[in-house]
Design a protein around this ligand. Structure first.
Ligand SMILES: [Zn+2]
Length: 399
């Protein structure tokens, strides 16, 4: 793609960053923001406009520039100049989303791939063929696709594009996914851990800044950390693997080899299993009714409904998990001292009393952070993992 000929220059990236941040802007404003000389900005804007990466737009306050008597020209990023694909790899499926340059979803598809039951080579080949099909269906010229970013459910070397370990997929140890996919697809590929990519998406969309802890507690548990707005990966990309912190030294064995890991007690499935094991008739008639008599059909939303209807077994299961979640978030807060904590969890968002219980306990007898020192929020971004994977690609133009 020809745009690379100019976007490697720092001054060009600066101009692009400013235009993206301001949505629409003028050369005068760009010059003011970037502190680049008006003539330099003029040249860069002309080049970018000629290439099509930015476009001139009409603006209702398109006032006359009184000093020159000419109208100021307004510019914005051309969202359709090029695209990035964001992928979320799961244990038995893969989500692919085509994003434009403004990180808006254009096309989306999820395919079932049983990575668990196939060798790594076969898994990569299925991944490549699904992506090739997706690109073809999206009817976008391959040259317009800047790259493919992938969120991996394991530890990775982001720079080398190497997967160290996927705890639930033993065949993927030390897999050079980036190289292999690039050879098959002839498109630039970048990979990162699937708990780190949502943080990138949130930062990219200006939802958070500063020291950030994104705590994911759903089908798995992990924390994505950003310090000073930059992702903190740590040695072997393993920073934030809080799902495998021991919370019960003599607890159950985890698939990571350790015992009593946090993840075993707080995932949605752990809570549902707790309810299934303890539900009895006639006292839990409600639970059985909610899933037509078969507790295998119990899902997190039905369990939340049972709590709203004051079912004791469901409440006890969630309350058991609460204490472990407090330990997990407390460790993250005291290790990284975030000013923003974003919780990605379904039931804490839907059961207010449990959410407040967590926040109150995190600050009870806490000499280091008052409640007002930390901003808590829920992750409200759809497909944040795939979006952040696309950011891995898009940011090369701007940073
Ligand atoms: Zn573990």
């Amino acid at each position: 793609m020809e745009l690379k000929d100019i976007t490697y220059r720092n001054s060009v990236k600066k101009v692009l960053r400013t235009i993206r941040a301001q949505s629409i802007t003028t050369q005068k404003k760009i010059s003011f923001e970037t502190k680049l000389a008006p003539m330099t900005v003029n040249n860069i804007v002309r080049e970018l406009n000629e290439q099509g990466i930015i476009r001139e737009v009409s603006h209702e306050t398109n006032l006359t520039n009184h000093s020159s008597g000419r109208k100021a020209m307004w510019f914005s990023i051309n969202p359709h100049f090029c695209y990035a694909i964001g992928v979320q790899m799961k244990i038995s499926s893969m989500q692919m989303i085509l994003y434009n340059l403004m990180l808006e979803e254009i096309e989306k598809s999820t395919v079932d791939i049983d990575f668990y039951n196939m060798p790594c080579v076969e898994g990569i080949s299925k991944m490549a063929s699904s992506l090739a099909e997706f690109i073809e269906k999206a009817s976008i010229a391959k040259g317009k696709i800047l790259g493919i970013g992938i969120g991996i459910p394991g530890t990775v070397d982001h720079n080398k594009g190497l997967i160290y370990e996927i705890p639930k997929l033993v065949n993927w140890k030390d897999c050079r996914l980036k190289n292999k996919l690039e050879n098959e697809l002839n498109v630039h590929v970048s990979i990162d851990n699937d708990i780190k990519t949502p943080v990138m998406a949130l930062i990219w969309n200006n939802k958070v800044n500063g020291n950030i802890a994104y705590v994911h507690i759903k089908e798995c548990v992990g924390a994505g950390i950003a310090l000073g707005g930059k992702i903190f990966r740590g040695n072997k990309g393993a920073a934030g693997e809080i799902g495998h912190i021991t919370v019960e030294p003599n607890g159950k064995q985890c698939n990571c080899g350790n015992n009593g890991c946090l993840e075993l007690y707080v995932t949605d499935e752990a809570i549902l299993d707790d309810i299934r094991q303890n539900a009895t008739l006639p006292s839990d008639k409600l639970l059985f009714e909610l899933c037509d008599g078969d507790l295998k059909r119990l899902n997190i939303y039905k369990a939340i409904e049972a709590v709203h209807q004051n079912n004791g077994t469901a409440m006890r299961a969630f309350e058991n998990a609460l204490n472990y979640i407090i330990i997990g978030i407390d460790i993250v807060c005291k290790t990284y001292a975030p000013n923003e904590v974003i919780i990605d969890n379904t039931w804490l968002q839907l059961i207010d009393k449990y959410y407040y219980h967590i926040i109150e306990n995190l600050h009870k007898n806490n000499k280091f952070f008052r409640r007002s020192d930390v901003n808590y929020s829920f992750c409200d971004m759809e497909n944040a993992c795939s979006a952040g994977a696309a950011v891995l690609i898009l940011k090369s133009l701007f940073e």
